[in-house]
Design a protein around this ligand. Sequence first.
Ligand SMILES: [Zn+2]
Length: 336
Amino acid sequence: MKKRRVIGMSIVATGFIWFQVAGRFEAQRIDEQRETRATTQTRAAKLRVDSDRLMEAVTTLSDPKFEGRAAGTPGGLAARAWVLDRFKGIGLQPVSGSYVYPFTFTRMTMSGRVDGEGANVVGQCLGTDTRAPVFVVSSHYDHLGVRDGKIYPGADDDASGVAVMLAVAEYCQKTPFRRTVVFVAFDAEEAGLQGAKAFMIAPPVPKERIALNVNLDMVSRNDKREIFIAGTHPWPHLKAPLDEVAKRAPITVLFGHDKPVAAAGGVDDWTNQSDHGPFNAAKIPFVYFGVEDHADYHKPTDTADKINRGFFVDVAETVLDAVLQLDLATAVAPPK
Ligand SMILES: [Zn+2]
């Protein structure tokens, strides 16, 4: 996740009043959701996610031996090999004959032009209706690497998303969904969503066959047991099925962070802050799951021991429930 704090907005004189008013409305809207959720949430009766395997995936990927998983580094390559091994172990099938999709990228940094390379890991769980448009469930396996001699383990960002993605893939292989689900572990997200951009430039499955992207980035910890879903503002047809999921979720599911900042009065817009951004830009609907920033965000202290295991498992259950619910919903295609 590449979240950006919105600061210094008060110096924008024009529209300041509107900004304050809109901000109050948006913040109020989120607070109202909090209150409703608190009274309606019930614990899911059956657990479908293996919590030990979930934690094991995060602990492994955030282990110092992967050196923070920066794209193109030995640690990043080792993490890729581990993810590939898990995809194969789970039984996911290659897409168009391959699991690994390499790419190169160029980006401008403070110190000038930087060329980089990475590779997305892609595998599919075949659905019972092979003609139906597919879902892409994604997370990113790269992180910030080593900086000033310090390893950035990226346990929440985004080993946690990879772990949940693997849990959904495992469930899908045992109990196939109606739609084929393409699972993608993106590389070089932290370098500017490069893996997702490369995926959209040369999609392993034709773009028009993709009905939805469900992206998971930072899903393992929040003191208030809250997870946000972004995407239903630009893609309102997704709201009804996800409302059902939110109502029965064992955690507090809040909708938001998907409106332009000016219209939301300074509430951050996460639309382009993670790998769902390039999908949205290509007019593919997205659902993003993620928590608010925490004290260890993009710090060497984003370690596995900080994860709230109970919350994390509940998020995984909720994500699985959402994918299943969306798979059942007939109206997941964007309105024409
Ligand atoms: Zn990040």
